[in-house]
Design a protein around this ligand. Structure first.
Ligand code: ATR
Length: 279
């Protein structure tokens, strides 16, 4: 029996067990996936003792992603680009780390809005945190020529641009609407809109009709940004798909089966999001 888990502090809110236990049942894998509440001061010790605890690997959620990256003996390009890890596994006794947010975001975008990349137009990113780094890295890998980053704290966006090079351009937060109208894709990576709190205050009138609008916030599933995009007939890409797809590489590493993101799995998560946790 192979065992994996998600570690966090707190960890109760994590939806990863729903996803992985669904796949364990679906593929008849002899395995388990648990939640482990690990205090920040205990993370390094916990990760050193993964094998002793019976785990073949784990997911990592807040606030342990930096610590997980630091604890790994091996990191891949995706983890190094983002600077934090969300998926760990053991290769013999070596702890290996990756960040699957880039894969999760791009896989969902490619499936939901095929052809987004055919337009020679910039991609616009709101926010400059860890999620923004993962997504900027994905668009650079996909060959996008210009990525505009808008962040409330401009210095953070400049740091991000410095890391990724000349294809990433920094703009003031106040320019987010005016400078995104010609975008091929607009992505909100900030926490604005989470649980319905706050507003991005972007009027999508005048945006190119081909623009794809994406939000990594998935509670609520349809954020104000996505509702506004739909009302204007723009294609939308929600945050739930990123959550589902980012789980695929970890499951495959730990349990040896590449799982599928199906509509049935998605509906299970939709029901969970609509349930009591939203309150
Ligand atoms: P993550 O790693 O999930 O991306 P993060 O590093 O905390 O999370 O980043 C959160 C992002 O949301 C940041 O870009 C943050 O802007 P700042 O860098 O200026 O803090 C952005 N954000 C959060 N609340 C915001 C708000 N009310 N207005 C504008 N941006 C906000």
């Amino acid at each position: 029996m192979r065992r994996a888990c998600v570690i966090g502090w707190p960890v109760e809110h994590s939806r990863s067990p729903l996803i992985h236990n669904y796949w364990l049942r679906r593929y008849g894998v002899d395995g388990s996936y648990d939640k482990e509440a690990v205090r920040p001061e205990h993370v390094a010790g916990f990760l050193k003792s993964l094998t002793v605890r019976g785990y073949v690997g784990c997911n990592v959620t807040l606030p342990h992603k930096e610590a997980a990256f630091a604890a790994a003996a091996e990191t891949d390009d995706a983890a190094r680009a983002v600077g934090v890890a969300n998926t760990l596994w053991l290769d013999g006794s070596r702890l290996c780390a990756t960040n699957t947010d880039t894969y999760g975001f791009m896989a969902h975008l490619n499936l939901t809005a095929p052809g987004w990349e055919t337009r020679d137009k910039p991609v616009c990113i709101l926010g400059a945190g860890g999620a923004a780094r993962a997504i900027v890295y994905g668009f650079l890998q996909a060959g996008v020529g210009e990525i505009r980053v808008f962040n409330r704290t401009r210095a953070r966006a400049e740091e991000l641009a410095k890391q990724f090079g000349a294809r990433v351009k920094v703009h003031d937060w106040g320019e987010r609407e005016a400078q995104s109208r010609d975008a091929a894709v607009l992505v909100n990576t900030t926490s604005i809109g989470l649980n319905g709190a706050g507003s991005l205050e972007i009027d999508l009138t005048g945006f190119n009709a081909d623009c794809v609008v994406s939000d990594i916030v998935y509670v609520p599933l349809e954020t104000e940004l996505l509702a506004g995009a739909k009302a204007r007939g723009l294609r939308t890409v929600d945050g739930l798909g990123m959550l589902l797809h980012q789980a695929v590489p970890g499951f495959e590493k730990w349990f040896g089966v590449r799982p599928e993101v199906t509509d049935a799995l998605r509906q299970m998560l939709v029901a969970d999001i609509a349930g009591p946790k939203q309150c």
